[in-house]
Design a protein around this ligand. Sequence first.
Ligand code: AMP
Length: 222
Amino acid sequence: MIIIMLGAQGTGKGTVAGILSQKTGWPQISTGDIFRKNISEGTELGIEANKYIANGNLVPDEITVPMVKARLEEDDAKDGAILDGFPRTKEQAEKLDSMLAEMGRKVDLVINLITPREEVITRILNRRVCSNQQCKATYNLTMHPPKVEGICDKCGAKLVQREDDSNEESIKTRLNIYDEKTKPLVDFYQAKGVVTTQEVSERINRLGQDVAEDVLKMLKNN
Ligand code: AMP
């Protein structure tokens, strides 16, 4: 079972993917997390990727696509995987289709998260992440604050703001790239009949947790 998380930055893709991964045992494959881990470890891939990430631009496919392919070929992904942050362009979606076809697999479900834009910007500015790469828990200073300011509830490590979240220019660039390059993927996958669109919003009091529960019910009934 291959599941793809679609949705702008700050809609809660990571939260939904994390819960689904916990409940199904399929790994959450977040390209952003893989890049950040490489950046913190100072690998060659990390140094190269950071040239793009720091400004909110997309990392070139020559780096991103083989990285995803290698991750999907790992043993823990043989029964299923939840892709979070990939594909982000039509080219990546087509490359994903061909790599999955070679493996005798396909995209089974696309979860498209939608949130009003003003809410998304506030959420990104209020997002704090655990600096421990093994933990990576995410908090929101207003909606889901840590018990002790600046400290991760789960592992006690320091909470930090992602470099690309602290910079309004970078946030705007990322949201523009989403609208222009990633949003058209909703139609791409809708044509294949695999999309479920889910609103995540304080406006209707529906959080990532609620979406994850509904998707788990859908998976059970299929
Ligand atoms: P995210 O954590 O998904 O917001 O990703 C953080 C940053 O990593 C993005 O702003 C991009 O610079 C880069 N990135 C993540 N996934 C991809 C992808 N599929 N293609 C290109 N760049 C990516």
